[in-house]
Design a protein around this ligand. Structure first.
Ligand SMILES: O=C(O)CCC(=O)C(=O)O
Length: 278
């Protein structure tokens, strides 16, 4: 592992639910991934979502499981230092890949990412779950840096997922869960302590599956915001067959093999492969 203070990262992650690690992704990955992202953007996948309505400027593009159709996404997720880093932060003996999610906000994109936490979207349970948000541009508040509510992973709450865009079809899935909606955070911002970082390509943000987060649009006229969230899981994670999770969405299902996992079963499989052992 690189020369950074893993104990400090673990401390901040446990306390705040999020932290930043500077300069951890080698520049060859950044260059390769910029090409890969542009190739995906010019040939959108079957489960991709255009969150920006046609009449608006900019483009907010979302997509899932890119590693299954693009070698560069697979190489970054599988062969970089990230699986080992996940194992070290989570104190897990093994690490499997859960999935990757592309979140691009082109210049002049007004659409925000609503406040949400990730775990309610997912058909899994356990403590060994972590996300790395990797940017391929310099990202600032003006271009849509993700903001996090400090310590919200410890609220002991499980709020209903919010759909990232209108008419995406996901709302119907999420309604099936019957969970309480996220409180109106934007109207009460003074009640919350927010954390966010300007990041350069090479830096990553590490976040907990229950920390509440969201982002504004990309208000720049010329700077892109290409982000990729990589989700890793460890020893104690099992399948949780709750209704309405994002993998029950028909478009997401269309890009996956059939999911025959039973409640409580390990995910270790071709779809969620083992990437690292201590
Ligand atoms: O990139 C964004 O705006 C949101 C990212 C996010 O929700 C995530 O990484 O889980």
């Amino acid at each position: 592992m690189e020369n950074f203070d893993i104990e400090k990262i673990k401390f901040d992650y446990d306390l705040n639910g999020v932290t930043v690690i500077r300069d951890i992704i080698d520049s060859h990955w950044i260059n390769e991934m910029r090409i890969a992202i542009d190739s995906i953007l010019s040939d959108p996948g079957k489960a991709s979502i255009e969150y920006t309505p046609k009449e608006n400027t900019g483009r907010y593009y979302g997509d899932f499981f890119l590693w299954r159709r693009n070698k560069s996404f697979k190489n970054l997720a599988f062969k970089s230092n990230l699986p080992e880093l996940a194992g070290k932060i989570l104190n897990s003996k093994s690490i499997n890949f859960f999935y990757d999610q592309l979140l691009v906000k082109e210049p002049k994109t007004k659409e925000s990412t609503p406040w949400h936490h990730d775990l309610p979207y997912w058909p899994i349970k356990g403590g060994h779950i972590i996300s790395f948000w990797v940017g391929f541009d310099k990202v600032t508040k003006n271009t849509g840096a993700v903001e996090y509510i400090k310590g919200s992973h410890k609220w002991n709450k499980f709020f209903a997922p919010a759909s990232f865009g209108k008419n995406t079809g996901f709302d119907n899935n999420y309604k099936e869960m019957g969970l309480d909606p996220m409180p109106d955070i934007n109207s009460n911002l003074k009640d919350y302590e927010l954390l966010s970082w300007d990041v350069n390509p090479g830096d990553i943000i590490v976040h907990h599956p229950l920390v509440i987060h969201g982002s504004a649009g990309n208000f720049s006229s010329d700077t892109r915001r290409r982000g990729l969230a990589l989700r890793y899981i460890g020893d104690d994670v099992t399948w949780d067959d709750r209704p309405g999770t994002f993998m029950t969405n028909k478009n997401v299902k269309s890009i996956l093999p059939s999911l025959n996992f039973k409640n409580g079963q390990s995910l270790n499989s071709e779809l969620f492969p083992r990437l690292w052992n201590s």
